[in-house]
Design a protein around this ligand. Structure first.
Ligand code: C5P
Length: 218
């Protein structure tokens, strides 16, 4: 089969990971959750009592970490990380760390190496613009802020995590703002990406639309 690269970008809560995982499953490709890599650095920095605003220390940490794919999470230096990197604290720290150019350069390299070894569906914020600019299919998923906050709320509730919807909406808005306005590789739609507003779409509808885009490339 042809070596395929499918890039899925968009803001928090737009449905990227659920959709990317399903598309990867249907096409038999590897799914790469790049957000988990930024989250893993934040988690590790906390564990090692590093100052998360110390750019040099965080960049060094990023360099030392090795990442490998796992269906239930991400393996970082041999350790499988799952729910521990999904907390609101880690979300906010990951977004702050993601502003650091050195960290981004290291992760983009690692992500490109993964995609060179295998066909991938990769999701994140800068995949179509920076990581895989030559991707075969590029999709930018969005949804209204209300819908995105509500989706996260339901997701966390289902895991037994108690959250306040208003607080979650503000947290997502803040993270969006951080991601869209950072100087280096901000969140934006690649010029050749297909925009899908998922506000009123089911997961199956979104997956089917992306599958149609992929079928043209296979
Ligand atoms: O996708 P997820 O919400 O897990 O990502 C966590 C944070 O990591 C995002 O808010 C963003 O700041 C950062 N990120 C990024 N570039 C990516 C993936 C994630 O800046 N490709």
């Amino acid at each position: 089969m042809k070596h395929l690269q499918i890039a899925i970008d968009g803001p928090a809560g737009a449905g990227k990971s659920t959709v990317a995982r399903q598309v990867a499953g249907r096409l038999g490709l590897s799914y790469v959750d790049t957000g988990a890599m930024y989250r893993a650095i934040a988690w590790k920095a906390l564990r090692e009592n590093l100052d998360v605003h110390d750019e040099e220390a965080i960049t060094q940490l990023a360099e030392q970490l090795t990442f490998s794919l796992h269906p239930q999470g991400i393996i970082v230096n041999g350790l499988l990380l799952k729910e521990e990197i999904r907390t609101q604290e880690i979300s906010a720290l990951a977004s702050a760390i993601a502003k650091m150019p050195g960290v981004r350069r290291i992760l983009v390299n690692k992500q490109q190496e993964i995609a060179a070894r295998q066909s991938v569906v990769m999701d994140g914020r800068d995949i179509g613009t920076h990581v895989l600019p030559e991707a075969d299919v590029k999709v930018f998923l969005t949804a209204s802020i209300e819908e995105r906050a509500f989706r996260r709320y339901k997701e966390l509730k289902a895991k037994g995590i108690d959250v306040n919807l208003d607080q979650l909406r503000e947290e997502i808005k803040h993270r969006d703002e951080n991601d869209r306005t950072r100087k280096y590789a901000p969140l934006e739609q690649a010029k050749d990406a297909v925009l899908i507003d998922t506000t009123d779409l089911s997961i199956e509808d979104i997956v089917e639309s992306i599958m149609q885009l992929c079928r043209h490339k296979m």
